[in-house]
Design a protein around this ligand. Structure first.
Ligand SMILES: Nc1ncnc2c1ncn2[C@@H]1O[C@H](COP(=O)(O)OP(=O)(O)OP(=O)(O)O)[C@@H](O)[C@H]1O
Ligand SMILES: [Mg+2]
Length: 291
């Protein structure tokens, strides 16, 4: 059974998809692991990074995507198998010996948001109270995602911003949650909120909890040299477990967003950002264990 690693923050644009893909590449190439990335965001950014526009459109046409899987599972729960919705050997990097890494994707879908509304309507049918329908919907997602466990050593869940049913299910299922944040004046509130949701505790109880027992760990991204960013990072790490690795604001991280037709080595793809990725992987790999 693989471990579930969610990358989440309710705040948008903090680097969730970028970091999900970086970790997927690192576990597949350096860790020699079978990796499955599940794209839980209708924007489908991590799918576009891993398969390019044409590959992603093909996955929509052939119903290999998260919306098709969750929806089909709603109507025929036992017959539907997650493996029939995956795309294999995605990404634009190669192993050092030229092989394709064992990296699979459950692609995102633009239909995913509407589909979540459909799911709530489905579970609210008859006289079911809304709160109960929401619980059933969350459990539908959790069960559906759980089936990914046996298919990979590491299942990375790239969450959408906000708090959808899918994100709630991912947070409930995850053995470990990476919470990327920007060192700025508004991040503290977002990190405080998601940490409480992940641990299911009020803030004061969360702070009393041992850091080692918390499932989440924060990661500063877009870090610029200078005191201001450092003071925002210090504020967050005062209350929350935070990786020593910080990802700098770096054009090579931004460029890695672009999918290339030609496979390249991980070092070529990440260029000047490779040191940051190596440090991130070395720190995350020992934390990526079953809880
Ligand atoms: N360390 C970095 N340096 C430079 N650019 C970065 C860095 N991290 C991410 N980016 C860029 O920032 C943008 C937003 O990143 P990304 O899409 O990964 O964030 P996100 O949290 O997934 O966003 P959303 O909430 O919309 O899903 C992208 O263009 C990405 O290339
Ligand atoms: Mg994203």
């Amino acid at each position: 059974m693989g471990i579930f690693l969610a990358v989440a923050n309710r705040k948008g644009g903090v680097g969730k998809s970028t970091i999900s893909v970086m970790l997927a590449h690192a576990f597949a190439v350096w860790g020699n692991k079978r990796v499955l990335l599940v794209d839980l965001d209708a924007q489908s950014n991590s799918s576009l990074i891993l398969q390019g526009g044409a590959g992603w459109i093909e996955a929509q046409k052939t119903s290999r995507n998260i919306a098709a899987y969750i929806e089909d599972k709603m109507y025929a729960i036992d017959q539907i198998k997650i493996r029939d919705y995956l795309v294999h050997f995605v990404g634009d990097i190669a192993m050092p010996d030229g092989r394709k890494p064992a990296l699979s994707l459950l692609p995102g879908s633009l239909r995913f948001e509407d589909m979540q509304d459909e799911l709530i309507t489905y579970y609210s049918r008859g006289t079911v109270p809304f709160a109960q329908a929401k619980l059933r919907c969350a459990s539908h997602f959790r069960q559906a995602l759980q089936f990914a466990g046996p298919l990979a050593d590491v299942v990375i869940l790239d969450c959408a911003p906000g708090l959808s049913h899918a994100t709630s299910a991912a947070l409930a299922l995850a053995d470990r949650v990476v919470v990327p944040f920007r060192p700025d004046a508004v991040s503290e509130f977002a990190v405080d909120r998601i940490a409480q949701i992940i641990e299911g505790k009020k803030f004061d109880d969360l702070i009393d909890m041992d850091r080692e027992r918390r499932r989440y760990v924060c990661l500063a991204n877009y870090v610029r040299p200078g005191g201001r960013d450092q003071s925002y990072i210090d504020t967050i790490s005062f209350n929350h477990p935070t990786l020593a690795t910080r990802l700098p604001l770096n054009a090579d991280v931004a460029n890695a967003f672009d999918w290339s037709e030609e496979r390249q080595t991980i070092e070529e793809k990440y260029a000047g950002a490779i040191g940051g990725l190596r440090a991130l992987y070395d720190e995350i790999a020992p934390l990526a264990v079953k809880r």
